[in-house]
Design a protein around this ligand. Structure first.
Ligand code: ATP
Length: 415
């Protein structure tokens, strides 16, 4: 209780923090931010309680201090008038009492500040003391120049927070060096979970993932993650310059390397900015497509052995999607990097050399774009029916990317 403050009320303070962080969503969903007022109201109630409690405490101590002084003055005055003590004695006594009293009062203020500090510290230390299920610095280092196939061997997986719900069941597939594989499936089929396992945010319940024949659990997670470039659906930017955002995680990168990665990722918009790579940006100060391309540049700067694209084009408009797909194409064409692409958009999926269909936690279909599209009653066709029909209708308008791969050539004939 002593270490508490209104901000120790986790539910309310987390609610307020979330509401402020996502204020635009809150405003459009609740048309007036009622939730924010509700949460702020809760915090305000607690703050009022705290203010009343400290008001009573400081009021009482201040009042009793003053009453003590007056009593001393009255009693001391009578002693002086009787000649028992001198005026000097009384003055010294009063001064000492004032010093000791104000010292004690400062001690109580200091004490309450310390208690608040301890309260805040406890939360931080609770977090720091948590033992990660996957220690980030235990295991063998992975040489950043190492290349090899990735194998998902009979993987079964369930989230620790949802025991008993199997997300992946006996998942078995391989991605060769430099190959690009698109994972397709219905929403919630477990596509992103495959990436989460690859990144070792979680370990499978059964089975193993191997890289170059070695179980990835033998690698030090921080070192393993260093050879993987990730482009998520909603990339996070940090407050700082564009250059520092691209170089995030690669602090030793030179300006030339940063610019080369930006060029490869089609970040031409950076050169159009008044301060170029030194332009200061915030969390959301670029468009979705620009953020996506910046994330691709960030991933490319690592020269990753594996590139995991997780719905990188799902939320983009046609122009941004085209620019991002073009950047992805350049990577696929170089064949230096093994690519695992989780995507919903046909235009992105069709760029991969091989497509695997994920259903009910395992792979139900695998093949090139052409094989799956031409296969009668294929699951891929059912899943992509709407987009395939739209693509068929627009086949005269839709221009597929430069076919650098065999699969690309096949796909071009089909679209
Ligand atoms: N952190 C988590 N804890 C518990 N369950 C989760 C977690 N993340 C995802 N899930 C559940 O796992 C299942 C698969 O989720 P996943 O995100 O892998 O699907 P997805 O195929 O990528 O979906 P989408 O295409 O909509 O992104 C879903 O049922 C989801 O509710």
């Amino acid at each position: 209780r002593l270490t508490g403050s209104p901000w120790r009320d986790d539910e309310s303070s987390t609610g307020v923090t979330l509401c402020i962080a996502h204020c635009s969503s809150v405003q459009c969903i609740t048309t007036g931010g009622h939730k924010v007022y509700e949460k702020v109201g809760n915090v305000l109630k607690l703050a009022r309680k705290e203010a009343i409690a400290s008001g009573i405490f400081f009021g009482t101590t201040g009042w009793s201090g003053n009453v003590t002084l007056l009593a001393l003055l009255a009693y001391g005055g009578t002693l002086v008038s009787r000649g028992t003590i001198s005026v000097g004695d009384l003055t010294s006594l009063l001064l000492y009492t004032v010093y000791v009293g104000s010292g004690l009062q400062m001690l109580t203020v200091f004490f309450s500040s310390i208690m608040r500090g301890i309260g805040a510290g406890v939360r931080i230390f609770e977090l720091l003391d948590r033992t990660p299920a996957i220690p980030p610095d235990v295991g063998a280092d992975v040489d950043s120049s190492r290349r090899g196939p990735i194998r998902f061997e009979r993987i079964s997986f369930e989230y620790p927070s949802r025991k008993g719900v199997q997300i992946l069941k006996d998942l078995d597939f391989e991605v060769a060096i430099g190959e690009s594989v698109a994972i397709v499936g219905q929403s919630g089929s477990g596509k992103s979970s495959i990436n989460a396992l690859l990144m070792r945010y979680y370990d499978p319940v059964r089975g193993k993932i191997t890289f170059d024949g070695q179980d990835i659990r033998e690698f030090k997670p921080s070192s393993w993650r260093h050879i993987i470039g990730v482009v998520p659906q909603d990339p996070v930017l940090f407050t700082g310059t564009i250059a520092s955002n691209i170089a995030y995680g690669n602090e030793d990168a030179t300006r030339e390397q940063i610019e080369a990665a930006a060029r490869e990722a089609n970040c031409e918009f950076v050169w159009g900015m008044p301060q170029g790579f030194d332009t200061e940006i915030g969390r959301l100060s670029l468009s979705g497509g620009q953020r996506q391309r910046l994330a691709i540049a960030r991933a490319l700067l690592k020269k990753p052995a594996i590139l995991a694209l997780d719905e990188a084009t799902s939320s983009l408009d046609a122009t941004s999607e085209h620019r991002v797909n073009d950047a992805i194409d350049k990577i696929l064409r170089s064949r230096q990097t093994t690519c695992i692409i989780v995507a919903h958009r046909l235009s992105t999926i069709a760029r991969a050399e091989r497509i695997v269909v994920l259903e009910d936690g395992h792979i139900t279909e695998s093949g090139t774009y052409r094989q799956l599209v031409n296969k009668k009653d294929s699951r891929f066709r059912t899943l992509m029916a709407a987009q395939l029909n739209a693509a068929a209708g627009e086949s005269l308008i839709y221009k597929p990317p430069e076919p650098s791969l065999k699969a690309g050539r096949e796909r071009e004939e089909d679209l």
